[in-house]
Design a protein around this ligand. Structure first.
Ligand SMILES: NC(=O)c1ccc[n+]([C@@H]2O[C@H](COP(=O)([O-])OP(=O)(O)OC[C@H]3O[C@@H](n4cnc5c(N)ncnc54)[C@H](OP(=O)(O)O)[C@@H]3O)[C@@H](O)[C@H]2O)c1
Length: 300
């Protein structure tokens, strides 16, 4: 990918900044679209270009990776917050598609964000896994993902391949869910959430980054579940993380308390998705961390 010129949105985020670091090592020409171009400058100096609006973009890009979006689990979902979650993903993606058409871009591949929330949130243990052909759900997160994917659809006409990354919970040491859980679990304050049967579809950060690079080079297109092949229940996750940290996990969070604390956003914790990475499994991609124990042992 040495000769590639990649445009990334969300390049300053937890996942995105790891991609930028990785691509720098590969010698790629990188531009980050960010509300904080000065942060990009401070982080990577002149090695990474930064702009704050699509109109400022100059030249041609061979790859587009679109990950920008306000943190879905950062704040309660008020009407204003829902609008921010929507605009930072759907509106931005539509603007990108308009810019790409008007500036005559022709990409080799476009990877655009989505999440396993696309399938809707399920209570308890699901008996059968959801592959990439499963229909969209109908709750807020599902509609957000569906509209985000639809906003990216016009980019298919401007690219050899459009891939939609239906991402599960990305486990990395320096961001995302694991960073938030580490302190309470280290203090022995972790515990099962709700009835603990809801399924967590997760992926180790290193496998996510490797899968992105694999997809950029592959012949694949369409939706891809970016999840490890062995999802776990919330109870299983809790026990495995507590074991990895050698701490007890004795402080459960009952469903009513989660709802009281978080409102509708509590669905993210009390419900889950049993996603199956069928596209990646059938490809020549190989997960380094298919199971949670080894993933957490590596990360904590
Ligand atoms: N981490 C996970 O477990 C996970 C799971 C499923 C899906 N995803 C999706 O994957 C993407 C990346 O995840 P992440 O964990 O790396 O997210 P993150 O750390 O929260 O970073 C989000 C990025 O989005 C940009 N952004 C935030 N609000 C924005 C706004 N209002 N307008 C424009 N850009 C905005 C930020 O860029 P600037 O501040 O530079 O503008 C930031 O770099 C997100 O869209 C997320 O929904 C993540």
């Amino acid at each position: 990918m040495t000769n590639d010129s990649v445009l990334i949105t969300g390049g300053t985020g937890f996942i995105g900044h790891h991609l930028v670091n990785r691509w720098l090592q590969q010698g790629m020409d990188i531009t980050v679209l960010s509300r904080r171009p000065q942060w990009v400058q401070a982080q990577w100096g002149g090695r990474v270009a930064a702009v704050s609006t699509p109109e400022q973009l100059i030249g041609r890009f061979t790859l587009l990776v679109n990950l920008a979006g306000e943190g879905i689990a950062e704040r309660r979902w008020s009407d204003a917050r829902r609008q921010q979650l929507y605009d930072s993903r759907v509106t931005l993606t539509r603007e990108l598609a308009v810019w790409a058409r008007n500036s005559g871009q022709r990409f080799r591949a476009v990877l655009s964000g989505s999440a396993v929330g696309y399938y809707g949130a399920f209570s308890g243990e699901q008996s059968s896994p959801l592959d990439e052909l499963a229909p969209a759900g109908d709750d807020f997160a599902a509609r957000l993902c569906r509209d985000w994917e639809e906003a990216a659809a016009p980019l298919a006409a401007l690219s050899e391949r459009l891939l939609l990354l239906r991402t599960g919970v990305v486990l990395g040491a320096d961001g995302g869910m694991l960073k938030k859980l580490r302190l309470p679990f280290s203090l022995g304050l972790g515990g099962v959430i709700g009835d603990g049967r809801q399924i967590l579809s997760w992926i180790h950060l290193q496998d996510y980054l490797r899968a992105v690079d694999y997809l950029l080079q592959s012949e694949l297109s369409g939706a891809v579940n970016m999840t490890a092949p062995q999802p776990v229940s919330n109870r299983g996750f809790t026990q495995t993380l507590a074991a990895a940290l050698q701490r007890p996990a004795l402080v459960p969070l009952p469903a009513f308390a989660a709802r009281l604390l978080l409102g509708e956003m509590s669905e993210l914790l009390l419900k889950g998705q049993y996603a199956e990475p069928v596209i990646l499994d059938r490809s020549s991609f190989r997960f380094h961390f298919p199971g949670l124990s080894a993933a957490l042992a590596d990360l904590v």
